[in-house]
Design a protein around this ligand. Structure first.
Ligand SMILES: [Zn+2]
Ligand SMILES: [Zn+2]
Length: 139
């Protein structure tokens, strides 16, 4: 399978390409992700060196915490990216990737902050907060 992955927002004004491996998907249930995505967030991730914006005229960044910001399309409102200062990777909303992604969901994080209107029952590993073992959790 090719190691090139394309993706973009609903309207197409934001498009990106990843020339390298994508991390498997981690679902983040924190309150910030829920408010940004309207539900929990499913994030893949890529090394910054492998990631390139190919169309970004409508991309805006919202500083969502002291160290993190979230990229969204100012035309269609899609939430696409999460990036933390000093990290060498960018988290990419998995639903914005063109299919097939070849990915699978490997963890739920921040389940202590999960919404009270759904149940996490897919058998995938859960963490109350970040994934400390790998140090790659989102916030
Ligand atoms: Zn858009
Ligand atoms: Zn989150």
């Amino acid at each position: 399978m090719s190691n090139t992955h394309n993706g973009g927002c609903l309207c197409g004004e934001v498009r990106y390409v990843v020339n390298g491996p994508l991390r498997d998907v981690v679902n983040c249930h924190c309150g910030q992700c829920r408010r940004t995505h309207g539900h929990f967030a499913a994030y893949s991730a890529a090394s910054l060196g492998d990631f390139k914006l190919t169309n970004s005229g409508s991309l805006k960044w919202y500083q969502s915490s002291a160290q993190a910001r979230r990229g969204f399309c100012s035309v269609c409102g899609a939430s696409l990216f999460w990036a933390s200062q000093g990290d060498d990777y960018i988290a990419i909303a998995a639903g914005t990737l063109d299919q097939p992604t070849g990915l699978r969901t490997v963890a739920h994080i921040y389940v202590a902050d999960a919404g009270d209107y759904y149940t996490i029952a897919d058998g995938v590993e859960t963490y109350p907060g970040t994934m400390r073992e790998s140090g790659s959790g989102d916030r």
